[in-house]
Design a protein around this ligand. Structure first.
Ligand code: NAG
Ligand code: NAG
Ligand code: NAG
Ligand code: NAG
Ligand code: NAG
Ligand code: NAG
Ligand code: NAG
Ligand code: NAG
Ligand code: NAG
Ligand code: ZN
Ligand code: ZN
Length: 623
């Protein structure tokens, strides 16, 4: 049990840590590439519009300037939030022309992920500035995410500066903040409103059973929320449809608890669910096989904009007027996963390059560029010679970002360090790396996206090399026991760690492609480009633009620098990322019995933080 929690503590700390307030003085600014740098494939077919339509974003994590690198498949996601704003404006116009409802919904996680959210100067609040741009879009409904809750000040900022803009439509049904000793919802618990076409909506905004939240914030388990008096009251009257947004995945989580609670009262009322959190594209046609509900999850990092359409009956009030009965037929739903780029946006709005931009959208783009400049996100550490990826290349290999980290640690952590000449082994965990590094300028923004967690490094001196060299394999075997594995997985999941689910998804699409005879040949013949290839449980093809899947290679949980060339009994420095301390000491005492190591033996190795390693390395190696 003890080691279970040690593993937990380690992996969990990675998931939890976030933010970076390092302020790099100055640098030259590169112009933002406003237009796709590669010719982009058009979507496969027009969207299906029905009487109620929804544009969905989730887990944007600060990626409001879109994906800017020319390497595959980044140009597919090159649309920025200004482009998205223009898209939404034109789609709203189309909805007017078609005389149907169109809603814009977000499912949370606005913090932690890029320089725009995390590159603020010392003393600032994460995502405060980037959220100003979110506030400029006409969202009809938003739900709080777990990344809004790791740091109290971030939650407070959402309460004070974000929620008020949305006039009761920023929902935190089961999430409270305590201010001056008083606990209260961060946003609102529910919302009731009418669509343009007069449909009455009851909306919730629910967070999964997250346990990694900061002091003075509260997450009520979903199971308890549905028993609350306010909940019963909120769902009592029958609306035309329920709109359930939430930072909770549509598969393998607690949506059925809410769904069943609503169904117990309203057996037939349409239920539209917009989920998030696991960073994947997913859809379930019906949670309970009743043909009158659908749930959609729309990826991550502005790599996906979700579309849902539902052929709902006319508003009840009109039907009653016409003496029509309660409708009981299955509802026709469609869903689509859009690659957010100008080509996609122009195609679906019927606009061309020169008629697409709205003044409002352009001002958002300019504002984001200005913010990037203010935060000095183009500060360049060096030029990456080629792409380094998390899972598209094997570990170890020259193209692995994990191998790069293993190589960078001994360079960066020994700068200005009096222990530099003592042989060492340096260990960190692979979860500390969050995004690929692409060929070309390696900037402050790239450093924040690739290695966002500000952990420090500790060391134990005079560890015999023979013992030190056994620590990494032992760490990587710690999860080998299957039962313990499940306990660890469960706890990590509760703490907000979603890497495992995302990797599982990407691995599955790659495996499926390998196993389908002729699939890759067919894709090659059709000139398909790299990207997500979604298989979900809804009918028809979900991806708006067909792709060929990215390669996937698994990697170990922990990585280490190359071993020094010394004899077995040579004393070396065992250097490690801070949050694995107790686990590492325990393992060290298992692999040797000469000395009992304790926390007394641990010291700070360097003031350099994990977030700085790649930058320092790039300054030396990539200039
Ligand atoms: C995706 O990116 C690739 C590589 O740049 C490009 O060839 C392709 O056209 C893009 N597809 C879309 C839909 O943007
Ligand atoms: C939170 O914000 C307040 C003022 O906005 C500031 O005084 C305080 O230092 C911040 N706390 C942390 C932990 O950043
Ligand atoms: C929680 O907030 C109260 C004031 O409302 C404060 O006194 C207390 O220190 C806070 N707790 C923590 C752990 O920050
Ligand atoms: C959330 O705040 C409300 C309103 O102050 C309070 O009634 C409720 O008990 C709080 N819920 C939790 C789980 O703390
Ligand atoms: C309605 O939908 C349910 C669930 O998807 C399905 O099992 C059932 O066969 C459908 N009924 C009709 C009449 O299509
Ligand atoms: C699209 O328009 C912009 C100016 O608004 C221009 O810079 C760009 O070259 C145009 N791209 C294409 C493909 O026409
Ligand atoms: C990896 O890089 C090293 C050093 O640049 C080089 O010697 C080696 O051949 C490369 N390995 C592969 C498989 O490309
Ligand atoms: C190392 O020391 C030099 C000289 O004091 C300083 O300019 C540099 O920033 C330091 N590097 C790091 C990584 O601390
Ligand atoms: C694929 O690309 C090749 C070479 O550019 C072209 O000749 C062929 O027509 C393309 N195939 C399709 C299906 O677009
Ligand atoms: Zn997320
Ligand atoms: Zn999340």
């Amino acid at each position: 049990m003890k080691s279970t929690f040690a593993v937990l503590a380690s992996l969990v700390a990675v998931a939890a840590a976030c933010g970076d307030d390092h302020d790099h003085a100055h640098g030259h600014v590169h112009a933002k590439r406003e237009f796709p740098s590669a010719p982009l494939t058009r979507p496969s077919r027009p969207l299906q519009w029905d009487s109620v339509n929804i544009i969905h974003t989730t887990d944007s994590h600060g990626w409001l300037l879109g994906h800017q690198k020319p390497s595959f498949p980044e140009p597919n996601y090159s649309g920025d939030f200004g482009d998205f704003s223009s898209f939404v404006t034109h789609m709203k116009e189309l909805a007017l022309q078609k005389d149907v409802d169109l809603l814009l919904v977000d499912s949370g996680d606005l913090h932690d992920g890029t320089g725009l959210s995390d590159g603020y100067p010392t003393g600032g609040v994460d995502a405060h500035a980037s959220n100003e741009f979110f506030k400029q879009l006409p969202y009809d409904l938003l739900a709080i995410g777990n990344h809004e809750l790791y740091i109290y000040n971030n939650t407070l900022d959402m309460y004070r500066n974000f929620a008020p803009r949305f006039n009761g439509r920023y929902l935190s049904s089961n999430v409270n903040i305590t201010i001056d000793g008083v606990s209260r919802p961060v946003g609102d618990r529910f919302a009731k409103f009418k669509t343009r076409k007069g449909r009455q909506v009851t909306a919730l905004g629910v967070l999964f059973d997250f346990t990694g939240n900061d002091f003075n914030t509260t997450v009520q388990p979903v199971e308890d929320m549905v028993k609350e008096h306010w909940f019963t009251e909120a769902i009592k009257d029958e609306p035309d449809f329920f709109l359930l947004a939430g930072h909770m995945p549509v598969s393998r989580d607690n949506w059925p608890l809410i769904f069943n609670a609503v169904r117990a009262v309203h057996p037939l009322t349409p239920i539209l669910i917009l989920g998030g959190h696991t960073h994947i594209r997913d859809c379930r046609e019906s949670l309970q096989l009743d043909g009158r509900s659908m749930s959609l999850e729309s990826g991550r990092y502005m790599e996906t904009v979700g579309w849902m359409s539902a052929e709902l009956p006319a508003p009840k009030i009109h039907r009653r007027h016409n003496g029509e009965d309660h409708d009981t037929k299955n509802i026709t739903f469609t869903r689509r996963y859009l690659d957010p780029n100008r080509v996609t946006y122009e195609y679906h709005t019927g606009r061309g390059n020169f008629s697409f931009d709205t003044a409002w959208g352009q001002s958002i783009t300019r504002g984001l560029e200005k913010l990037a400049k203010t935060f000095d996100l183009s500060f360049q550490y060096g030029v990456a010679p080629h792409d380094f990826t998390l899972s598209q290349s094997p570990f170890p290999s020259n193209n692995s970002v994990l191998s790069l980290m293993a190589e960078a640690m001994p360079v960066a952590l020994t700068v200005n360090n009096s222990r530099a000449s003592i042989p060492n082994i340096m260990i960190t965990n692979s979860g500390s790396l969050r995004f690929d590094i692409y060929s070309g300028p390696f900037t402050k923004n790239d450093q924040l996206t690739a290695s966002p967690f500000a952990d420090s490094f500790l060391y134990i001196a005079n560890v015999p090399f023979s013992a030190a060299s056994q620590v990494l394999p032992a760490l990587n075997n710690a999860g080998a026991n299957e039962r313990r594995d499940i306990a660890v997985e469960t706890e990590l999941y509760a703490r907000g760690y979603v890497g495992a689910r995302y990797r599982e998804w990407v691995q599955e699409m790659y495996q499926r492609d390998l196993e389908t005879e002729g699939a890759s040949a067919r894709r090659a013949a059709a000139n398909l480009t790299l990207g997500y290839v979604t298989t979900d449980s809804c009918p028809g093809v979900g991806d708006d633009t067909p792709h060929t899947p990215l390669a996937f290679f698994d990697s170990p949980d922990f990585i280490a620098s190359a071993s020094p060339e010394v004899t077995d009994d040579a004393p070396i420095d065992l250097v490690f990322v801070d949050f694995i301390e107790s686990q590492l000491i325990q393992i060290l005492n298992q692999v040797q019995s000469e000395k009992v190591f304790t926390t007394e033996d641990v010291g700070t190795y360097t003031p350099v933080l994990a977030t700085e390693i790649l930058g320092i390395f790039a300054q030396q190696a990539w200039n």
